[in-house]
Design a binder for this molecule. Sequence first.
Ligand code: FAD
Length: 351
Amino acid sequence: MPAPLDVVVIGGGQAGLAAGYHLRRLGLDFAVLDAQPTPGGAWQHTWDSLHLFSPAAYSSLPGRLMPPQPGETYPDAAHVVAYLTDYEQRYELPVHRPVRVAGVHRDGELLHVETDSGSWRARAVISATGTWSRPFVPAVPGRTKFRGVQLHTVEYRSPVDLAGQTVIVVGGGNSGAQIAADLVPAAALTWVTPREPRYLADDIDGRALFDHATARRRALDEGRTDSGGVASLGDIVAVPPVREARDAGLLKAQPMFDRVTATGVAWADGTTAEADAIIWCTGFRPGLSHLAPLGLRGPRGHIPTTGTRALGEPRLHLLGYGDWTGPASATLIGVGRPAREAARQIADLLR
Ligand code: FAD
C-alpha cells in the first residue's frame, strides 16, 4: 500500500481537475483517481450535437482560458474533452486511470480509499464524482410493461439512431429541450414536460447564468436575502437549435402523461400516444455510493455540507454535483471558486 497522501481526489472530471490545480498551488501531496480510461469526465459521453450554453471564455477552469473553437460560438463536447485533456497535462496533475473507488472508510487519523486496483490512504478526501453515473427515471406506472425502447439522456447519441420512428421525449430541462430539438427533423416527436416549458430570455446564455450565480453567492456571503438559484430565471437556455425549433412551432410540449402502456403512453383523460421509443430526460442524482461507509447521507440522497465540507466529516469535501456544494459548482466556470476554497480549508486542517 502506498504511503499516506495529504489528499485523494475521487473523480477526474472538471471538478476533480480544478481541485488538483488548487492542491498543487498549495503544495499538497495528492492523487486523483478516475474511473474513466481517458480524460474528459462526463463530456466524453454526451450526445453528438451537444454544445455548451456559454462561449469558451466563459467555460474555463482556474488558470487557463478555454480556447475558442474555430467556427463555433458555443463549443461542442469534443472541444471540452480536448481542453480538459490539455489541462491535466499542462498542470501535470497526477490522475490515475482507470481506478474506480468502491468505498471510503475511516481509519484512525486517515481516510482509507478502497479501489478496484488497490487501496490508498489520505489525510483528507475530495469527492468529485459528478452525477452522470446516476441517471434518474421517475417511477411512472406501467414503465416496465413498455415493449419499445427506453433510453435515458445518458444513452441518447444521435437522431440517426431513431430516424423515422415515433419518439416521446420526457423532460422540461435543457436536456429534454435539446434532445427534442435534435429529433425534430428525424422522428415523429411528442415532447412531454411536467409543467409548461420555462425558457430563459433568448439573450441569456451561460454568461448571464454565471453572473446571476455570482451575485447570489455575494448576497449569501453578506447575509442578504437569497434571490434564488439560476433555476429562478427559467429551466431552458434557448440555445440556437432549441430556439429555431421552438420559433418554427415544432417544439410544442404536452403535459405529463399518467402511465406508460405496452405501446406508448396514456393521459388521465383517456388520450393515448403510441411510441417506438421513450427518452427520459429526467435528471440525475449525485454519485455518492462510495461514501456510504462514512454514514453521512442526509435528505434527498445528499450529504449535508457547509460550503464544500461535509458536516459530519471535516476531512471530506464534496465538489461539483450541484448548487448544494456551492453556487454554480457543477459548471466549468463555477467550480473554480469552491475548488479553491476546499483546497484552502484542507491545507488549514492539515497544518
Ligand atoms: P463528471 O464530468 O461526471 O466527472 C466525474 C468523474 O468521476 C468521471 O470521470 C467519473 O467516471 C468519475 N467517477 C465517478 N464515480 C467514481 C468512482 N467511484 N471512482 C472513481 N471515479 C469516479 N456545464 C457548463 O459549464 N456548461 C454547459 O454548457 C453545460 N452543459 C451541460 C449539459 C448537460 C446535458 C449536462 C448533463 C451537464 C452540463 N453542464 C454544463 C454541467 C457540468 O459542467 C457537467 O455535468 C460536468 O460534466 C460536471 O463535471 P464533474 O467533474 O462534476 O463530473
